[in-house]
Design a protein around this ligand. Structure first.
Ligand code: TNX
Length: 505
């Protein structure tokens, strides 16, 4: 019954608090969102109306707590959540839900039962501020309702950032009003000539989908109600073949391209003309309108320089700008976009490859290639969000075995994710303070359905959440709590990988 992630401090009392149809719920007006959410979450499963009024469950504003911190005090007579801000109140409400029987996680009633929680005192706050998860909706589109369900799942684990990888070679998933072909053409890929025979390289099927701007507004506000901020990613200047397929003038070749039907790093990158820069500035204008969060990711990863090394206009650009080579050209190009974001009061996020050509301060680095890159970025004075592939890439499988999904990368076990610490031991105090936190990554080359996404994400995302939130970590104790947590996931309909072994499909 002790929650996941484990709270900082937790003292069990005597007896239980029992809910009845008459148990009221009230909140300070500034924290009303948490009460609204709690009612929405609990009433369908429990039948408890939790009507407005004093004397039962109270969400009270308290000064002196951090914005994500809360205290939860349950006696036989009352339930009190104290917080200084919405996020803390919401996390208190999430913890309260975990104290109930796992049946409270269903969306309808399963019979009459008495709902009660143990008397307990919890004081809780997160270890890291950036507790994120990347979902790649470009390689395989995740329909809106499934994405909303994921936002609920992140919030249930007190994760607070959803990094949405919206564009890639294999699909452009965001409606841009000024450039409709990005989704008319770029959101759809045909059957791959490689076909199903090459399953391990590509699933071979036609595929597509995108979010309209109203879908995005809905997703952003749904997430905000659950203390989740969305960081949109428009990946530049590599990973852009879908955009080039829609608008060939963005590319380096004279031959038309189609939305890519293979995985792996692609050679087709943007050209560096003024028109291309203007095009993506327009795209970012619309992105900023849609996503109010501070951070916007402009990618910068895996950009092969072959085409620039062979293209006359690129070579002229390098010469005219007095640059040394194509790596510096990438930095020059990316600086346009990061400066643009900084000038509009936003914080640019970019993958660690950007460090290679020099990067303006004020750019936060998403370090995916291990401790060395994270340390390098911190040392150079950048804020860092770490996402090392060996420990946080949840597209890697959870165990060896023929029944496990497509083997890419290495095995990332539940234990390894739980033991993960974003701060590597070699960092100085100053460098440590630059590590904002971490994010798990669900890249979806080989994850073509919400069912498989569940299987890859859970239970590892629960372990990751604990690594981000909890100061003290004990894997054996986590496993004991996970046995109960699996029942919550069952009630939510999450098709996680059971501890006993893989699904037979
Ligand atoms: C590397 S991490 C990528 C992605 C792939 C992933 C597969 C990063 C910035 N780029 O494009 O999907 O590996 O695990």
């Amino acid at each position: 019954m002790i929650p996941i992630p484990a709270p900082s401090r937790c003292t069990l009392g005597e007896g239980r608090f029992t809910f009845t149809a008459a148990t009221p719920l009230t909140a300070d007006p500034v924290l009303a969102g948490a009460a609204t959410w709690l009612r929405q979450a609990l009433t369908p499963a429990t039948g408890l109306p939790l009507l407005e009024g004093p004397g039962g469950v109270e969400i009270r504003h308290a000064v002196g707590l951090g914005p994500e911190e809360y205290r939860l005090t349950v006696t036989t007579e009352s339930v009190l959540i104290e917080a200084s801000a919405q996020a803390g109140a919401f996390y208190g409400a999430q913890t309260l839900r975990q104290l109930l029987d796992p049946a409270a996680f269903r969306t309808g009633r399963t019979g009459d039962r008495t709902w009660s929680i143990p008397a307990i005192e919890i004081a809780d706050a997160p270890k890291y501020g950036w507790r994120g998860c990347l979902i790649d909706v470009a390689r395989h589109f995740l329909p809106k309702n499934d994405l909303l369900r994921y936002i609920d799942l992140l919030a249930a684990h007190k994760l607070n950032v959803l990094h949405l990888h919206l564009t890639d070679d294999q699909g452009w998933r965001l409606e841009i009003r000024k450039y409709p072909k990005l989704t008319e053409i770029g959101a759809w890929r045909r059957e791959s000539p490689l076909g199903a025979k090459q399953h391990r390289l590509f699933d071979g099927r036609p595929h597509g989908g995108f979010y309209s701007q109203d879908d995005i507004r809905e997703i952003v506000s749904y997430a905000a109600d659950r203390s989740v901020t969305i960081v949109p990613e428009i990946d530049l200047p590599g990973h852009t073949q879908a955009a080039i397929a829609a608008y060939p003038e963005l590319g380096n070749l004279d031959v038309p391209l189609e939305v890519r039907t293979e995985w792996g790093v692609g050679e087709n990158v943007l050209n560096v003309s003024d028109d291309t820069i203007a095009f993506f500035t327009d795209v970012l204008d619309e992105v900023l309108e849609l996503f109010p969060g501070e951070y916007v990711c402009v990618g910068g990863d895996e950009t092969p320089k072959t085409q620039w090394n062979e293209s006359v206009p690129a070579k002229e650009r390098i010469r005219d700008l007095g640059l040394r080579d194509a790596d510096e050209l990438q930095s020059w190009l990316m600086r346009h976009f990061t400066d643009y974001l900084l000038a509009r009061g936003r914080k640019p996020l970019g993958w660690d490859e950007l460090l290679e050509g020099g990067l303006p301060l004020g750019v936060t680095v998403a370090a995916w290639r291990g401790d060395r890159c994270a340390a390098m970025a911190a040392r150079a004075g950048h804020d860092v969000v770490v996402s090392p592939f060996a420990e946080t890439y949840l597209d890697f499988r959870q165990a060896e075995g023929d029944q496990e999904p497509v083997p890419i990368g290495s095995v990332t076990s539940l234990r390894a994710v739980h033991a993960f610490d974003p701060v590597s031991p070699g960092l100085t105090g100053e460098e440590r303070s630059r590590i904002l936190g971490a994010q798990a990554a669900l890249w979806t080359e080989h994850i073509d359905s919400p069912r498989l996404l569940d299987y890859m994400a859970f239970p590892r995302l629960a372990a990751f959440a604990e690594a981000m939130w909890s100061d003290e970590r004990d894997f054996e104790d986590f496993l004991v709590r996970l046995a109960v947590h699996e029942k919550r996931l069952d009630a939510l309909g999450v098709e996680y990988r059971p501890a006993a072994g893989p699904h037979p499909w």
